[in-house]
Design a protein around this ligand. Sequence first.
Ligand code: GLA
Length: 509
Amino acid sequence: MIGIAKYYPAFRSTMVRGAFLAALLATVSCASAQSFTGKWAGSQRTLANGESDLIILQLTQTGDQVTGTIKTLSFQGNISGTATGTHLQLMSPRNPQRPFATGDLVGTDLHMTMRRRDLVLKPATAADDIQAPAYIAPPALKKIASNGLAKTPPMGWNSWNLFADKIDDATVRQIADAMITSGMRDAGYIYVNIDDTWEGTRDAQGNIRTNPKFPDMKALADYVHSKGLKLGIYSSPGPRTCGSYPGSYGHEKQDADTFAAWGIDYLKYDWCSAATIYKPEQLQPVYQVMGEALQQTGRPIVFSLCEYGLGHVEQWGPDVDGNLWRTTDDIRDDWTSMIGNAHRQTATAPYAGPGHWNDPDMLEVGNGHMTTAEYQTHMGLWSLLAAPLLAGNDIRSMAQDTKNILLNREVIAIDQDPLGKQATPIAQSAESETWLKPLAQGGVAVGVINLSDAPRELSVRAADLKLPALPARAHNLWTHKDVVFTNGVYSETVPSHGMLLLRVDPHAN
Ligand code: GLA
């Protein structure tokens, strides 16, 4: 109840709380012993801006099957699961195959573990609800002129993959310092991007404020700029971000102006709770609102669309002045997720080019759950795919292996090649796959990935490279040595999930 009292200030009054408790007792029978049927409310946690991250489950149990709805500040959807006595297993509302939460009836309460967090839900009253704000019709479509930014894929760092909500001003400053001492800035990683959880509440005029983790965003931007770096921030076109913080819904122009006044250089704009208001067909006009607002600030701000590949974004992203757009769901620090996101890039390849890029999500290199070979493949693939290179690890304490991968200038040069072509697969089998990226000045980069669980000899055939003449030599981008095609073939033993990565110049005879 504490959470609810925080979210609904009215509950702070003793009288109202008394009435609420009476109503609550009356509803306890709803969620009778041994049954999960009923409406349950609680707080997932207290957000860094002091608000309560409310959750409401409306469940119906029939036999051992449980169905219902889930509402949080940022999400609404259907949910289903299984009851075993007083134990409940709920599946993900986004993916009914994936376990999402467990719960146990304890007295009149439902004790849950959800996304590794423990929370107590209480029987709710009819008054407990999360209301969507009034609908704001999106504008008619129009084409927003290009901001001229991101001629090559953006490079930098983002806080989300490693720090999630544990990011603050001091950490961002330390990361900025480390971007210089580690050599990341000089290798091209310029943007230092704060992801979700910086948001405070809005003031009486509706201006967004930071929460106490970020006491002074303008001062932080000044600091980051003083290091020769640029500062990025995050918001949502919905009323709430994915982390339940206030989004820009209805405040787009005001927020764009605030970001510009703070000195922000990059905005990641995450669909999140906009899905509770708009349909996927409305993505374009909704993103257009912020694209235009950013443009009207007069400040060059890279516009990163984060919509998980929904709504054929690649077809209209440039029209809303998007510089990059997510083409996949969130990456995780594991092989299956990483390679899966890369595979989903194939269909959108023709839409990448200078100023506007497909985004298979941020890098996980150095976060600890893949092998060195897998992280090499991650970096090599992202570069072949002309993907944004946004490191997601702790730059302050990088292992040498991680540095070798992220700071490999020859691989970075493939990503940043001015032609801006995205690689496509030219051969695929269960054991290996080959990706080819045309480069400016007529050369190519070619990567062959060992998909199997054991080391394997992998080959590149000179004739497959679509060059004007058969090349005799190539350059190995991991060993930095030239290699020779023998009878038109170059072969090398590659570890499990590793990648052979070559650059071949057009006249390498
Ligand atoms: C979504 C995005 C992630 C991250 C989180 C923050 O899941 O896809 O990249 O920004 O939201 O809440």
